[in-house]
Design a protein around this ligand. Sequence first.
Ligand SMILES: Cc1cc2nc3c(=O)[nH]c(=O)nc-3n(C[C@H](O)[C@H](O)[C@H](O)COP(=O)(O)OP(=O)(O)OC[C@H]3O[C@@H](n4cnc5c(N)ncnc54)[C@H](O)[C@@H]3O)c2cc1C
Length: 393
Amino acid sequence: MKALIAGGGIGGVTAALCLADAGIEVELYERASVFSEVGAGIQISPNGVKVLKRLGLAGALDAVAFRPEALEMRLGRSGMRIFSIPMRDEAVRRYSAPYYHIHRADLMRVLVDALRTRVPNAVHLDKEVQGYAQLNDSVTLAFTDNTRATGDVLIGADGIHSRIRAQMLGDAPARFTGNVAWRVVVPAPKLPEKLIPPTACIWVGPGRHAVTYYLRRGELINFVGVVERTDWQYESWTERGDQRDLAHDFKGWAKPITKLIEQAADCYRWALFDRDPLEEWCRGRVTLLGDACHSMLPFLAQGAVMSIEDAWVLSRQLKSARDIPAALKSYEAARKPRTSRVQLGARKQMGLYHKRSLPAQVATYGPVWLAAHVMPSFVHTRNDWLYSHDVTA
Ligand SMILES: Cc1cc2nc3c(=O)[nH]c(=O)nc-3n(C[C@H](O)[C@H](O)[C@H](O)COP(=O)(O)OP(=O)(O)OC[C@H]3O[C@@H](n4cnc5c(N)ncnc54)[C@H](O)[C@@H]3O)c2cc1C
């Protein structure tokens, strides 16, 4: 069986690795001329790490990742801790895999190096997919350079604005969520030691929240600041913002946040879009994976992790498939309930993080604070459905 993959982001490259691991021939087509990821961090929770471990990448990831001591929530202005649950060793004990904070470029390098070593000729760069055509026994991709490629199955891993999805289901625009994300990476030595906690820390406030965590074994600090606003809707990882606007958005916040923003040499901003869960993901020999079929707000830090889970499940469904369309339907049935739950759960988190009034904050965070103090395992159990899931089991 030969699989064609459109798109070489985290989802597409992981799918190529999982399919190769299942003994399936793969060809991956990426429109960019080099594999690249932006200079920002990403959280890969244990449910995603389990797949990467099965692909033999644990050692390479451990060498470049940071493992947070805890997952924390704090009030943005006062810095008061609402809860903190251990995660460094606890992730391995409770979920059988570590929780990683990793620079996106490092993750991409580990994935691409592994793919190039295992399947040296699988990668085709500078190949922009225009569309596809399928027959009963094959599917053909057409590229903008007027070339074509034919295989047995096509996987659209071409992101939130997927052409494969648009051709399959119609070109519905993604939904602007009313949030803009600031993104900053600061070298750790620029800030006093221990100012930023060595955790995955969510700082909550009225109509906005921030997330801080370390990367590259502690060399870098990643900051994401999400602000509700509707006057700016440009979606690009490379769109620069003004540091003064960022400082204004988080004016009066606790020292770790304001000091970090003072050191922000390069600020980027990105309008956040998502989609409702799709009715269907596959037609015949063509299916979707990752943001192409379930783009979501990053408020549970699961977009890329879901694409990694998709990749494993799809490869196992195809591994010994005699009927490819039926195998793709099984993949969709196995994945959609979980990814839909995560998509909708991520939207719900916005209400939790962005409480505007003091009474609403007290009513929401008070019980969480109390529960975390009286029964710390309570907060852990809220994450169990997400992190304990093991698609490789
Ligand atoms: C601020 C922010 C923070 C986030 N934090 C996290 C986090 O901590 N953890 C997490 O799991 N997720 C996180 N996410 C989500 C995560 O970044 C995405 O879900 C993930 O990158 C999606 O991967 P993908 O491979 O499906 O799509 P993409 O990364 O969009 O990759 C699609 C690829 O397809 C290529 N392509 C597109 N069109 C074509 C075409 N026509 N022909 C050929 N190639 C094409 C593109 O060039 C690209 O390389 C975050 C997102 C944001 C915005």
